[in-house]
Design a protein around this ligand. Structure first.
Ligand SMILES: [Zn+2]
Ligand SMILES: [Zn+2]
Length: 130
């Protein structure tokens, strides 16, 4: 069981599953959406993820089939989801409060990474998605 919430606490969630992969996405959209060098996302099973405070969740349509959701009160990024992949929600891992470990990490869209950021770990790197 994984629990998480946004910065202000108005939105919280429970994931009745385990985190099995961690993607560090360096694409330009994720960098802008997170305000950082990369976004740390985990694809989880939509059906096992439940939110409370849903009235505070705003979904920004970043392209015709993809939304990026955030808390409308504090701005915390929460997840992204694609209409053509309804079973998968990509959770923004910085909002997770439960402690766990997962060594299945990888970098995606490294061709789009910020010029000032260096990737200095041994995890797999993909020029685009994987
Ligand atoms: Zn919030
Ligand atoms: Zn991305």
């Amino acid at each position: 069981m994984i629990k998480g919430s946004c910065l202000c606490g108005k939105v919280s969630y429970t994931y009745k599953g385990v985190i099995t992969e961690i993607a560090q996405c360096h694409c330009s959209q994720c960098r802008k959406a997170q305000g950082g060098a990369f976004a740390t996302n985990s694809p989880v099973n939509t059906k096992q993820l439940t939110f409370s405070g849903t009235q505070f969740i705003t979904e920004f349509k970043s392209n015709p089939i993809k939304v990026r959701a955030f808390c409308s009160h504090c701005g915390s990024p929460l997840y992204s989801a694609r209409s053509d992949l309804p079973d998968i929600t990509r959770l923004r891992m910085g909002t997770i409060e439960t402690s766990f470990t997962c060594d299945n990490k990888y970098h995606i869209y490294t061709d789009s990474k910020a010029s000032w950021h260096d990737i200095r770990d041994q995890y797999p790197k993909f020029k685009e998605g994987n």
